[in-house]
Structures are given as C-alpha cells and as structure tokens.
Design a protein around this ligand. Sequence first.
Ligand code: 5AD
Ligand code: SF4
Length: 350
Amino acid sequence: MNSHQIIEALANGERPSRSEIVDLLHPGFDDEEALFTAADETRRRYVGDAIHLRAIIEFSNYCERNCVYCGLRRDNKTLCRYRMSPDKIVERAVDVYEMGYRTVVLQSGEDSYYTSEIVAEVISEIKRGREIAVTLSLGERPRKTYRLWGDAGADRYLLKHETSDEVLYAKLHPDLDYRERFRCLRDLKESGYEVGSGIMAGLPGQTLESYADDILFFAEAEIDMIGMGPFIYNSATPIIGSGLNNLDFVYRLIALTRLVTKDTHIPATTALTIKDLEQGRMKVLSVGANVIMPNLTPDKYRADYAIYPDKATAAEVIADSRESLAELAASLGRYIGEGVGGSRKKAGVG
Ligand code: 5AD
Ligand code: SF4
C-alpha cells in the first residue's frame, strides 16, 4: 500500500501494522496534509468539537526517582523543593472547582511523604458534594494503593510509559523497572480508572519502530488519554542530547495516534506549546488533540516545578482564563466542554 492507501485504511478503522506506521513517520513521507486532515476528521467524528479542560495542580516537586531527563530527579540539588500541605491542596482544588473547572489533576514527583492515607483523604475531601473528576499523576504505587484511591473517589490516573523500547527505558530510568510500569498501568485499568499514558519524542535512542510500538500499545491496552510531547533538554540533568529541531514530528505522532486510537483524549501538552503557546495549541488541536491542561499551581511554586527549562515561563502564560480558552476554541470553530468530560471508551459516559 502507498501512504495514501494506508491513511485511508486507518480512517476506515483498520488496525495498522508496525511497518505501516513506520512508513508514515518516515522523513520520506511527504503527504503530511492528508494525514493531518484525516486525523482532524477522525477527532471530530469520534470525540466531537468539545475541547476539555483539565486543571493541573503540581503540589510537590520532591521526587525519589532519578530519571535522567527530568529536572525533578532526586540528584538535582539545584532545585528548590516545595510541598503543599494536604489542606492547601484541597483548598486549591476547591478554588479550581469554583472557577468552573470540572477536572482537577493532582500531580507531583514520586513523593512518599504523601502516604496512601493522606492522598485518599485529599481525594475524598475534594470530591465531597462536588461534581468534579479527580485525576492523579503520582507515579508508581502498589495495586492496593490504587484501589484505595479509587475507593476514595479518584477517577483517572496518568502514568506515561515514556518509551516502549525496553533497553532504552532501562537506560533512561536507573531506578524504574519496565515491567513494573506496565504492571501499574494494568492494575489501574483493572481498578476501574480511566488510564492515561504517553511518551516523550526526541529522546536520544528512540527509533521509528519504537514510536510505532508506542502507538500500537495505546490501542491494544485501550488507553483512555494519551499525552505526547517533545523531550526538552535540561542542563541540570545528565542526559546528553538536544531533542528535536522542530515539532513537526510530534504533530505527526499525534495525528497518527488519533487516527489509530479514534476515541481517546489527547491533550495539547505544555511541552508542545513552549515555543509559541497560542500557535502551538492551535496546531495541535487541529491535528487530533481535544484537551487543554491549564496550569493552576499556585503562582509561588510554578518556577520550582522545573521539569525542563522555560516551563515556568510557559506555565505563567498558561495561567489563562477560561474566557481566553473559550476564545481560542471559538477561533477553531470549537467550544469548551461542559461537565467532567470522561472517557468515550466507557459505555454511557460522554
Ligand atoms: N522534557 C520534556 N518532558 C519531560 N518530562 C520529564 N522530563 C522532561 C523533559 N526534559 C515529562 C515526562 C514525565 C513528566 C514528569 O514530564 O514525560 O512523564
Ligand atoms: Fe520523578 Fe517523574 Fe521526573 Fe522521573 S519523570 S524524576 S519519576 S518527576
């Protein structure tokens, strides 16, 4: 099949082979516009014109892990560390609810200071009498903890697998285990969460084949939400490599992921909008994305959640109002989704 036929087959619901995905990611593939158009049509058909907002609160930048690409890694002594108290987290989440958001994402490094019980308490306090979805992004924990948090009311969980290349995964994550990562994703799914995963693009050592495997994994594991962003070099980390020259490759990954996974939620991630917030978002939203994750971390902590350089500057701008986001949506002929905006994969939600 030529690339046109592959795009058409994908649009008609066929599951691609690994080599077909590789063909469309290949630098020699020259019909990006056809891919983007097909992805945008698939997005409209399966998840509609709503853009869902997920407010993120980054409540602690302590991390016990040492991922070689990440500014929060425990060996980065240049970072000023902070923790919000459980009461402050709840207070902020309630503020976010009162501003009109219907999803709050609680995110931190892997920080065992927040015990299972403390987090469970925070979740139930936030959920008490409020129609708000709680998404957690707290890293790897035992199955019983995921269950406890689910019972406390947590609805969704984000845990990127970062790359499906097992050898590369081990190099990038000196103290994480590839199989354990997928164990967590499985446990989360089995515990009733809507599960988010995702990857970075442009890490030294990734291949077109590994990206193809990433996309096939999203489909096979019925991942509900997929976050994809460029790796951005951080000089406070040991990784060597400058990342991608431009974002075109990530747009292509997003478009292909939409075409293959159909009804997933795909955010315009912060890392994708770092060069030009408005244009970056418009572009990603027009090639398959349908979610924006505004940063609602209290101002005084923003600069310290420094996963990569300039994130705080981007985050500052991203303190956007719901009005400006509604304008952005309208300029694309779209609108801001009401309600919690749950997974389309679950019967009756949507
Ligand atoms: N560039 C882009 N994204 C990064 N992340 C961590 N380090 C970087 C970086 N240098 C992302 C990872 C991880 C989350 C904490 O942030 O995808 O899941
Ligand atoms: Fe910690 Fe996550 Fe950064 Fe790894 S990627 S160092 S687990 S915050």
